[in-house]
Design a protein around this ligand. Structure first.
Ligand SMILES: Cc1cc2nc3c(=O)[nH]c(=O)nc-3n(C[C@H](O)[C@H](O)[C@H](O)COP(=O)(O)O)c2cc1C
Length: 638
């Protein structure tokens, strides 16, 4: 029997199937099994649940789902049991899993590891909130916060990540149940291509991959470009250190990107689509493959989509493994099988891109927003955010922060709200020092600017940028010169070397920074760094070189005193730069516990049990292990 969907009734039928699967008349347990969950041990929880289910014949529908964003609290388990409130458990392990299952059979809710209850499930596409099972719930759990009230989630608005952690990403029916492919149906049956472009322009959506170019305008230029064969591409190369927004969307909700791409292809008049996905994301590739196959099977992708005569296939290309391959022209060269090097853009890719044909490239998150814009309308979308930056942005908030994870927030939210309300502040009562936004070539924003509203313009004004959404939080123990050196060394490694200013300029800047951190800085180094920065910015071929000086310029701008301390006083105020510090042991405080002595990888610590120890300076490599393991505050850094 053909499973092809060719009418609204067919789609509704699949939706009903999906709703039954999302809310079965038996217990459904979802384990967050995106890469972050797996890294925290989610597979063990899933396997334990399957084992108990088999052995004890407990009736559970066990589902592996994507990332709910709160990576700090992984492994997360979301449980829906008829008659019970929906509960999200945090920091699960094997022992806790047994307790959870026991509670199902005993009929008493196990409360020890609850993160939140979920009273309402929001179906964003339909603009409706659903209450399931709760009306007649026997248990109210009044002392447990609702998901929407948990500080980590309270200020979030999940549009691009709307389904991540809520559906089984391998189930097309569950995607449809929450409104998936209804926008595609609407577009193909009710809209002219120009109307789709008009709607996206009016929404104010701007590219989420870094540049923030207006998406609808890019589509318009590509549609207008001459040529019978046009392409659309999804940029899933995501090479920024610490960033994983795109990976999470692909692992948790691959159909949202596919649907966005089909809508874009129809609007532009494209014949084929490519998803260029980072090869280091095997799970994302697997999810995409499954989703493409399903969409084809159901007539939502490939030939004669939804019976409308519109043809559009999508192919997957795995990335070349270089950061620069994420740049639009380098990416297209890489798909063609050439070296992933950027070219000058005097001819835009919307006119001559892949195989010299008009090509529209958008980021994963940009595509995932499109179905919601069509469903809820440009007006609804454009009400979210600031004057020039509409909608939401997904950030990966990592580094020295209590609640690290993926957050999707309305544009215009302040950095302070992200760091202190959503992120829960800095661990160990330490002081906040800076936040690095915009990936390796973004900038470091200091504490005095924490009230800055986050949008494309505001971040650029202070010397940083939105970039693709990496956000690295730094505390008082961070050396800002060392941070600039770290990002520059990443960019030096990743510069393709095609243009001299990027290849040589970044290298020279890195040499100066390295000297400074070694205590060999000279008077005039700061000015030289500033001068070189201007040259590299102005003369590089692509935005890698064009933005590479940002970490250096912003750290000089906001933390000049730290540079001066390194250069003039040969001192690292944060006590990070190895050549400028020495570790010693405070004999008064040392109890002779031998912990540091045992952990030192260089055997540089000597002493006897219960007698103060001593560090052999000639052997010490200043790795700081002794400082980390000492429980008596006896290790001193000078
Ligand atoms: C060195 C470099 C790396 C980039 N890497 C990515 C990337 O991994 N993902 C991405 O979406 N955009 C990346 N970009 C931006 C792309 O060139 C392009 O602007 C973007 O994919 C367009 O999509 P958007 O309009 O939806 O943002 C990179 C740019 C540069 C200069």
């Amino acid at each position: 029997m053909s499973r092809k969907i060719a009418s609204l009734e067919d789609l509704d039928k699949l939706r009903k199937e999906g709703l039954k699967s999302l809310y079965p008349d038996r217990t459904r347990i979802m384990v967050g099994m995106a890469t972050c969950g797996l890294a925290s041990g989610a597979k063990e929880i899933f396997d334990t649940l399957s084992e108990i289910k088999e052995k004890k014949k407990v009736d559970i529908k066990l589902v592996s789902t994507g990332c709910l964003g709160y990576c700090q609290k992984e492994p997360l388990v979301d449980m829906i049991k008829p008659g019970w409130p929906r509960i999200i458990y945090q920091e699960m392990d094997r022992e806790k899993t047994f307790k959870l299952v026991e509670s199902l059979t005993s009929g008493n809710i196990w409360k020890d590891s609850i993160l939140a209850k979920l009273e309402e499930d929001e179906f964003l596409i339909f603009g409706e909130k659903r209450k399931y099972y709760l009306q007649d719930s026997l248990f109210k759990l009044n002392d447990i916060p609702d998901y929407h009230q948990v500080p980590f989630y309270r200020k979030q608005l999940r549009i691009a990540t709307r389904n991540c952690g809520f559906i089984d990403p391998t189930s097309l029916a569950e995607y449809v149940a929450r409104g998936g492919y209804y926008s595609l149906y609407k577009v193909l049956t009710e809209f002219e291509p120009e109307q789709v472009i008009e709607e996206v322009i009016r929404s104010g959506l701007r590219g989420r991959g870094g540049g923030g170019f207006p998406t609808g305008r890019k589509w318009y230029y590509c549609r207008k470009a001459k040529g019978d064969i046009k392409y659309v591409i999804c940029n899933a190369d995501e090479g920024d250190p610490g960033a994983y927004m795109d990976r999470s969307i692909l692992e948790g909700d691959p159909h949202s990107v596919i649907e966005g791409m089909i809508i874009g292809a129809y609007a532009i008049g494209a014949k084929e689509g490519y998803i260029y996905v980072r090869a280091e994301y095997p799970l994302a590739v697997q999810r995409l493959r499954q989703a493409i196959q399903q969409a084809e099977e159901y007539g939502l992708l490939g030939k004669n989509i939804l019976g409308t005569g519109f043809d559009f296939p999508i192919y997957i290309n795995r990335g070349g493994g270089a950061f620069v391959c994420g740049e639009s022209t380098a990416l297209m060269a890489s798909i063609e099988g050439r070296m992933g090097e950027p070219r000058a853009k005097h001819i835009h890719t919307v006119e001559s891109g892949l195989w010299e044909r008009p090509t529209n490239l958008n980021n994963v998150e940009t595509w995932a927003n499109v179905p919601v814009i069509i469903a809820r309308g440009a007006k609804w979308f454009s009400k979210i955010g600031t004057e020039k930056s509409k909608g939401t942005k997904v950030f990966s908030v990592v580094g020295k922060i209590n609640n690290s994870g993926l957050v999707e927030v309305p544009m215009g939210i302040t950095l302070r709200e992200i760091v202190y309300e959503i992120g829960g502040g800095i661990p160990g009562g330490k002081k906040f020092k800076a936040v690095q936004t915009g990936g390796p070539s973004g900038g470091c924003v200091p504490e005095s600017m924490l009230d800055l509203p986050v949008d494309f313009e505001e971040l650029t004004k202070v010397g940083s940028m939105m970039g693709s959404g990496g956000m690295i939080i730094m505390d008082e123990d961070t050396c800002m010169v060392d941070v600039a050196k770290y990002f520059l060394s990443f960019l030096q490694d990743e510069s393709c070397g095609k243009c001299t200013s990027c290849r040589e300029g970044i290298k020279r800047m890195l040499e100066i920074l390295t000297r400074i951190t070694q205590g060999k800085g000279e008077e005039g180094d700061i000015e030289l760094l500033e001068e070189l920065s201007e040259v590299v910015k102005d003369t590089s071929l692509c935005a890698l070189g064009g933005t590479a000086p940002n970490p250096v310029l912003t750290t000089i701008r906001y933390f000049r005193d730290e540079y001066e301390a390194h250069i003039k006083d040969k001192r690292c105020p944060a006590r990070v730069c190895r050549d400028l510090i020495t570790y010693t042991i405070d004999e008064e405080k040392c109890t002779g516990c031998m912990r540091c002595l045992k952990e030192c990888p260089q055997q540089a610590i000597v002493g006897e049990r219960k007698k103060p120890h001593h560090i052999l300076q000639e052997k010490c490599i200043k790795c700081g292990v002794c400082y980390e393991v000492c429980k008596f505050d006896a290790i001193k850094v000078k």
